[in-house]
Design a protein. Structure first.
Ligand SMILES: Nc1ncnc2c1ncn2[C@@H]1O[C@H](COP(=O)(O)OP(=O)(O)O)[C@@H](O)[C@H]1O
Ligand SMILES: [Mg+2]
Length: 251
């Protein structure tokens, strides 16, 4: 627990002194982060600054060289495969792009994670109500029988979000949720993220280099520069910085 003003905030996710290099390429050089319950935390960093590397370490897809990662009170780097799988159910991960299965319908894409996590959901005989309810929450019930190739870029992003939400995660990690989308569709996706955040009461870590996205959705921000958290604060606070490296984000 951390005391901020009068409000006790529960720590959901904590990264300490995370380091990761690929040969001479020192990507993360002691990165720190703490995400509190119900919060939207934005990490901004230039392309190639290590945002995806950081998020992959967070979900156990990549092993850091050193540092610690605590998720929901558990030390991620000490878990065996079974424990890691159990923890992962609580973490929704939206990859860069949408990564839907092209050979499956929208319905099958949403059923897929349910089948993989039978332990949490039991042997769901009829998944239809849950699939329908989740599609409704992203405004795309009508797409239930379509193939991904029949969807626009924005719709794919919505379905990918639905596929994450169907497991009712406590944390959602977004890697560049608006990349490759036109400004209007980006805005719709950001609005949707805010809406589901409230509806599902999730805590979100949003990785982006999109200033407009950060402005709208962030309650707090961290700027990732040179592999460390170079600056932290609200959008307004960071926007007022005189430092050149911080200014560069807002130009
Ligand atoms: N599996 C890998 N092997 C070697 N280098 C990698 C690997 N993944 C990422 N990198 C390097 O790490 C740096 C950060 O990449 P990334 O985290 O993808 O950046 P971004 O901030 O754009 O998401 C880049 O220089 C990239 O080339
Ligand atoms: Mg990336």
């Amino acid at each position: 627990m951390t005391n901020t003003g009068n409000i006790q905030k529960k720590s959901i996710l904590k990264i300490k002194d995370l380091r990761k290099s690929f040969g001479d390429n020192h990507v993360l050089n002691g990165f720190n982060l703490e995400l509190f319950e119900g919060e939207n935390l934005v990490i901004m960093g230039k392309s190639g600054s290590g945002k995806s590397v950081m998020i992959k370490c967070l979900v156990g897809l990549m092993e850091p060289d050193s540092g610690s990662i605590h998720v929901l009170g558990k030390n991620l780097l000490n878990l065996n495969q079974l424990e890691l799988d159990a923890l992962r159910i609580n973490i929704g991960f939206l990859f860069q792009g949408s990564a839907l299965y092209d050979s499956m319908t929208v319905r099958e894409n949403l059923e897929f994670p349910l089948r993989r996590h039978k332990n949490k959901f039991g042997n769901l005989k009829d998944t239809t109500p849950l699939v329908e309810e989740t599609l409704k929450s992203v405004g795309l019930l009508k797409a239930i029988d379509l193939m991904p190739s029949e969807l626009s870029g924005g719709m794919k992003r919505r379905i990918a979000l639905a596929r994450t939400l169907i497991l009712k995660p406590k944390i959602i990690l977004y890697d560049e949720p608006t990349s490759g989308l036109d400004p209007i569709t980006s805005k719709e996706i950001i609005e949707l993220m805010r809406r589901v955040q409230k509806q599902y009461n999730t805590s979100s870590l949003i990785i982006t280099h999109d200033v407009d996205c950060a402005r709208v959705i962030s309650e707090r921000m961290i700027l990732l520069v040179d592999g460390v958290n170079y600056a932290e604060g609200t959008f307004k606070e960071l926007e007022a910085y005189k430092d050149e490296k911080v200014r560069a984000f807002f130009k």
